[in-house]
Design a protein around this ligand. Structure first.
Ligand code: S3P
Length: 431
C-alpha cells in the first residue's frame, strides 16, 4: 500500500493514540495467568497485540473481543494447555520473547515462530537465561523458530548483557514458575511495565533492574485486571512530531501513558523548544497518564544529542526524532543505539534511506547516526522497509517537506497504528 501526503497538512484537533502496545502485550499475558476474568479497554487493534491474543487462545485461554472491551478468562498460573500447533507471533518480538519466558515454566513443549522480519531478530538473548533456569530451548541458528520444552525451573540471578525490557520480562515471567527467587540486573534502564503490572497483580517484586536488580518471589496467584490501558506514547510521538513541524497546528492527545521510562520524548522535545502542555491524569495500575497539547510554531527546534540511558529510553521514538533532526537548527545525533540495528528493520539503515529519499543528508555509524540541521526536505518515496515506525515517522515529517511524500509498504503501520493515515489526513485538513 502507498500513502501519498501532499505538502501543507496542519493537524488540528483531539485524538487518542491506540493503547500502549508494550503494556497491552503484558496485560493480556498476565491476565491469562491470573485467577479470574480481566476486562481490558483501549487495547490497540494492531497486528502485534492481536498476535499475542491469538497465541493465548492456542494455549487454551479465552480472549473475547467485545465492543470496546477485551475479556480474558484467566486460567491461573498453571492452567495453560498444550497448543495444537506452532504459535505464530507474526511481527512481534515482544510476543515471542515474553511468551518464551512463560512457556519455559509449563509442563509441555511448544514452538514459537514469526514472519520474515521476526525470524531475522536475535533470540539467543532470551534462550540463554531460560536454559540457565532449567528449560530446554532450541533456536534456529540463534533465531526463530524456537522450541521451548518447559519444566521445573530454578531461580536465577541474571546480569543481562543487553539492557532490554524483553529479556528482563522474559526472565521475570519464567521466574513466576521458578523454585526460589529470580533477580534480573541490567546496566541501562529499560521499560518497566512488567514490573509495575506484576506488583499491581499482587506479586512480590522488589528493587529495580538497573539499580542493583529486580527480584521476584514466585507468587501463589495473580489478581485480574480491569480498565483502560493508557495510550501509547510511541504512537503519540508521530502526532507530536507532525504538530511541532506545522506552524499553527494544535493537537491534543488524550490518555497517553507517561511511564517515566517511556515518556522522555516529551521532555526532550520541550527542551528543544517545543510547545507541549502536559495535564496529568489518573494512573492505571501504577502507569501514569496525561493529556498532551502540542502547538506548532514557525521557530525551528534546537535539536541535540541523544546518548546513553536516553537512547535506551527513546529507542522506539528514534526514527521520528532522527527524521525531525534534519529540520532542527543544530541537527540530531544518536549514539549508543546499536539495538536499532535489530528492530523490525535495521532502523539506522532505514532512517538513513528515508532521509536520502527526501533529499536529506545523514551520516551513519554502527550504533547511531548524525543528521545535520538546517536542511530542507523535498518530496520523494520512502520505503517503509516492513517497519511500522518508519512508515509512521515518514508520514509525520512529510508535513514539512516541500513536495509530495509517498510511503511505500505503508501497510506496515497496521502493526501498531491501524487507521493512523485517515485520522492524520482528517485532522491535517486534507479530508
Ligand atoms: C519492547 C521493548 C523494546 C522496544 C520494543 C517493545 C517491549 O525492545 O523496542 O518495541 O514491549 O518490551 P527491547 O526490550 O529489546 O529494547
Amino acid at each position: 500500500m502507498r500513502w501519498t501526503i501532499d505538502p501543507g497538512l496542519c493537524p488540528k484537533g483531539t485524538t487518542s493514540p491506540p493503547g500502549d502496545k508494550s503494556i497491552s502485550h503484558r496485560a493480556l499475558l498476565l491476565a491469562a495467568l491470573a485467577d479470574g476474568e480481566s476486562r481490558l479497554a483501549n487495547l490497540p487493534t494492531g497486528e502485534d497485540v492481536a498476535a499475542t491474543a491469538s497465541c493465548l487462545r492456542q494455549l487454551g485461554c479465552d480472549v473475547d473481543m467485545a465492543a470496546g472491551e477485551v475479556r480474558v478468562h484467566g486460567r491461573g498460573l498453571r492452567g495453560l494447555r498444550v497448543p495444537a500447533g506452532v504459535l505464530d507471533c507474526g511481527n512481534s518480538g515482544t510476543t515471542m520473547r515474553l511468551l518464551a519466558g512463560i512457556l519455559a515454566g509449563q509442563p509441555f513443549s511448544a514452538t514459537l515462530d514469526g514472519d520474515e522480519s521476526l525470524r531475522a531478530r536475535p533470540m539467543e538473548r532470551v534462550a540463554k537465561p531460560l536454559r540457565l533456569m532449567g528449560a530446554a530451548i532450541e533456536t534456529t541458528s540463534g533465531h526463530a523458530p524456537i522450541s521451548v520444552q518447559g519444566g521445573e525451573l530454578r531461580g536465577l540471578v541474571y546480569d543481562t548483557p543487553v539492557s532490554s525490557a524483553q529479556i528482563k520480562s522474559c526472565v521475570l515471567l519464567a521466574g513466576l514458575y521458578a523454585a526460589g527467587e529470580t533477580t534480573l540486573r541490567e546496566q541501562r534502564p529499560s521499560r518497566d511495565h512488567t514490573e509495575r503490572l506484576l506488583r499491581a497483580m499482587g506479586a512480590q517484586l522488589t528493587g529495580a533492574a538497573h539499580r542493583g536488580g529486580a527480584t521476584l518471589q514466585p507468587p501463589e496467584r495473580l489478581e485480574p485486571l480491569e480498565g483502560a490501558v493508557p495510550g501509547d506514547i510511541s504512537s503519540a510521538t508521530f502526532w507530536l512530531v507532525a504538530a511541532v513541524l506545522s506552524p499553527g497546528s494544535d493537537v491534543t492527545l488524550e490518555h497517553v501513558g507517561m511511564n517515566p521510562g517511556r515518556a522522555a520524548v516529551v521532555d526532550l522535545l520541550q527542551s528543544w523548544g517545543a510547545d507541549i502542555e502536559v495535564v496529568h491524569g489518573p494512573e492505571w495500575y501504577g502507569e501514569p497518564t496525561a493529556a498532551l497539547r502540542v502547538r506548532g510554531t514557525s521557530e525551528p527546534l534546537s535539536g541535540g544529542a541523544i546518548r546513553g540511558d536516553l537512547t535506551a529510553r527513546l529507542i522506539d521514538e528514534i526514527p521520528a526524532l532522527a527524521l525531525l533532526g534534519a529540520v532542527t537548527r543544530e541537527g540530531v545525533e544518536v549514539h549508543d543505539g546499536g539495538e536499532l540495528r535489530v528492530k523490525e528493520s535495521d532502523r539506522i539503515a532505514s532512517v538513513a534511506a528515508a532521509l536520502h529519499a527526501l533529499g536529506g543528508q545523514v551520516e551513519t555509524a554502527a550504533d547511531g547516526l548524525t543528521v545535520a540541521g538546517g536542511q530542507q526536505l523535498g518530496g520523494g518515496v520512502i520505503a517503509a522497509a516492513g517497519d511500522h515506525r518508519i512508515a509512521l515517522a515518514g508520514a509525520a515529517v512529510a508535513v514539512c517537506a516541500r513536495g509530495t511524500v509517498h510511503i511505500d509498504g505503508a501497510e506496515a503501520a497496521d502493526i501498531s497504528y491501524p487507521g493512523f493515515i485517515q485520522e492524520f489526513m482528517t485532522l491535517g485538513g486534507a479530508l
